[in-house]
Write a protein that binds this ligand. Structure first.
Ligand SMILES: Nc1nc2c(ncn2[C@@H]2O[C@H](COP(=O)(O)OP(=O)(O)O)[C@@H](O)[C@H]2O)c(=O)[nH]1
Ligand SMILES: [Mg+2]
Length: 237
């Protein structure tokens, strides 16, 4: 029967960097059911930060970048010997269960009974262009910026239009028109929090810890690795 496990040996090259993008399934509906604030809800951001920390602790990727309902992950080398089915299924399921875990830990911060919601799920895709990792993260950060402009514009237009009308109007607006629309409605997009515009990245950073031996008073320096969370990301150029 083993031969019918047709894709189990499908692999990416193991000893080169690997990029993954994990995205929430139907999160437009899920965030509505959770009654999240629009356009940005810090409670969702905080859950994605906790999920990213779990991911770093468990799988030790080099860099994680998250915005909206997506998490981008860079590995120095492929986990699971490059086995595609393993990578996609384990990372997506780990993120789904970590997401639910942190939703439940924080259940009192939400206005709905989170136990009544459907389980959240995520898809995971492999991006085989790790040689262009900087361009990849720039592309995702550009997408975060587009998402930021559109989400603010949507929340302004939704006040006076149906969702259908809003998307029709948005479709026709140019970037400059969106800036003007926001400005007229008292939103200076330059002044919204950096994480709304650029997302959040996390990575392990070496930290020097100094201590003294109480008997000899000798100085000891040890190196530990802490997870650093950057809420004030620079623009990736
Ligand atoms: N209210 C709210 N919704 C959010 C937030 N972040 C992401 N979302 C929703 O999640 C969706 C994610 O986009 P996408 O993956 O394209 O949609 P999906 O296919 O429905 O998961 C956005 O369109 C929003 O509707 C947030 O901070 N607040
Ligand atoms: Mg999604």
């Amino acid at each position: 029967m083993k031969k019918y496990e047709q894709f189990s040996q499908l692999k990416v090259i193991e000893d080169i960097p690997l990029l993954l993008r994990v995205d929430g399934r139907s999160f437009s509906k899920y965030t509505k059911q959770l009654k999240l604030e629009k356009p940005f809800d810090g409670r969702l951001r905080d859950i994605f930060i906790e999920v990213s920390k779990d991911l770093i602790t468990e799988f030790n990727p080099k860099y994680v970048y998250t915005f909206s309902d997506e998490i981008n992950i860079l590995f120095e080398e492929s986990p699971f010997n490059g086995r595609i089915e393993k990578i996609d299924s384990i990372i997506a399921s780990f993120i789904s269960s970590s997401f639910m875990k942190h939703l439940i830990i924080n259940k009192d911060k939400f206005d709905v009974d989170v136990y009544q919601l459907k389980p959240a799920s995520f898809d995971c895709r492999i991006i085989t262009t790790a040689a262009h990792k900087k361009e990849y993260f720039k592309w995702r950060q550009d997408e975060a910026w587009r998402n930021c402009l559109n989400s603010y514009a949507q929340s302004v237009l939704n006040k006076n239009h149906s969702p259908k009308e809003t998307s029709e109007i948005l479709f026709k607006l140019k970037k400059q028109d969106i800036h003007e629309l926001l400005y007229e409605n008292g939103i200076n997009i330059a002044h919204v929090p950096t994480w709304h515009k650029r997302g959040v990245c996390l990575y392990k950073m070496c930290q020097e810890d100094e201590s003294r031996n109480p008997k000899t008073n000798e100085k000891n320096i040890s190196i530990s690795k802490e997870i650093y969370i950057d809420l004030e990301m620079e623009l990736i150029k």
